[in-house]
Design a protein around this ligand. Structure first.
Ligand SMILES: [Zn+2]
Length: 237
C-alpha cells in the first residue's frame, strides 16, 4: 500500500510519528513517513525509528516499495518483531538530509547555467553531479561556479507546483533529464519551480530559498563518454 509522503509537503520535518503497516524481508513500511526514498538521483534518507519503550532501530537506507508512493525503511540489523499498527517515532539524520537538499537544489540552479540535455545525475551528502550531453570545450569550471553562485546569491524562494500529465505533455521542453522520466500514472506530476531560473519535474527534497545553498564549488569536470560530460560540485561551506 502507499505511504503518505510528508516530505513532499514539508521537506523540513525532522521528526514525526507513524504506524507500522507491514514488515517484510526488504524492510519496514509505515502509513506515513518523513524518510525520502532513493530516487531521481537523490540517495535515500537515514535515521531512526523509536518504539514506545525506547528501543531505537537504525535505518541505513530508504527505498521505494512495489506500490506507487510506497516507502521501505531498511533497518541496520535483522527485522524487529513489530505489532501491526504499532506507533513509532521517526527521526531523520537531519544534518545529512539538509546537505542533500542544498546540493539537490544547487543542481537545479546549475542546470540553468549549463544549458544542455542532462543525461544523468547523483546527489550524495558530500557532493553531487550532473552529466550533460555537451562539448567539453563549453564547460568552464570557473564560469559555472561563478554564474551558479551569482544566481544563488539572488535568494529566490522555491515553489512546488503540480501539473496534470496532459499539461506536462504539452511542455516537453521542461524535461531536461533524459535518463529519468517523471513518474506517471498518478495523473499529476510534481515540479520544482525557481522563478526566473528553473522549472522541471522533480520529486526530490529542496530548500525553501536558494540562498540556503550558500554557494558551490566545482570539484571537477571530466568526460564519462560521448554524451556524458560530468560536472561534480560540493557545497562551498
Ligand atoms: Zn529536484
Amino acid at each position: 500500500m502507499s505511504t503518505e509522503l510528508l516530505f513532499r509537503e514539508n521537506a523540513y520535518l525532522k521528526t514525526a510519528t507513524a504506524r507500522v503497516v507491514a514488515v517484510h524481508e526488504r524492510g519496514i513500511e509505515l502509513d506515513r513517513t518523513i524518510f525520502y526514498p532513493q530516487g531521481g538521483g537523490q540517495i535515500g534518507d537515514t535515521g531512526t525509528l523509536s518504539r514506545a519503550g525506547g528501543e531505537r532501530i537504525q535505518i541505513t537506507n530508504t527505498l521505494k516499495g512495489d506500490a506507487i508512493d510506497s516507502v521501505v525503511h531498511v533497518p541496520v540489523l535483522g527485522l524487529p518483531q513489530f505489532e501491526p499498527g504499532e506507533t513509532l517515532t521517526l527521526e531523520i539524520d537531519w544534518e545529512r538530509r539538509y546537505r542533500l537538499m542544498r546540493l539537490h537544489t544547487a543542481l537545479h540552479v546549475m542546470s540553468c547555467v549549463v544549458v544542455a540535455p542532462v543525461t544523468g545525475g547523483n546527489i550524495a551528502p558530500d557532493k553531487a553531479r550532473l552529466d550533460f550531453d555537451i562539448d567539453m570545450s563549453l564547460l568552464d569550471a570557473v564560469k559555472i561556479e561563478q554564474e551558479t553562485n551569482a544566481l544563488i546569491a539572488r535568494g529566490i524562494e522555491t515553489e512546488t507546483v503540480w501539473f496534470t500529465d496532459d499539461e506536462l505533455d504539452a511542455r516537453p521542453e521542461l524535461i531536461k533529464t533524459m535518463s529519468v522520466q517523471p513518474p506517471r500514472g498518478a495523473g499529476r506530476v510534481r515540479l520544482l519551480k525557481i522563478p526566473g531560473i528553473d522549472l522541471q519535474p522533480c520529486g526530490g527534497t529542496h530548500v525553501k530559498n536558494i540562498a540556503e545553498i550558500g554557494g558551490i564549488r566545482v570539484l571537477r569536470i571530466r568526460s564519462e563518454g560521448k554524451r556524458n560530460k560530468r560536472v561534480e560540485i560540493a557545497l562551498a561551506v
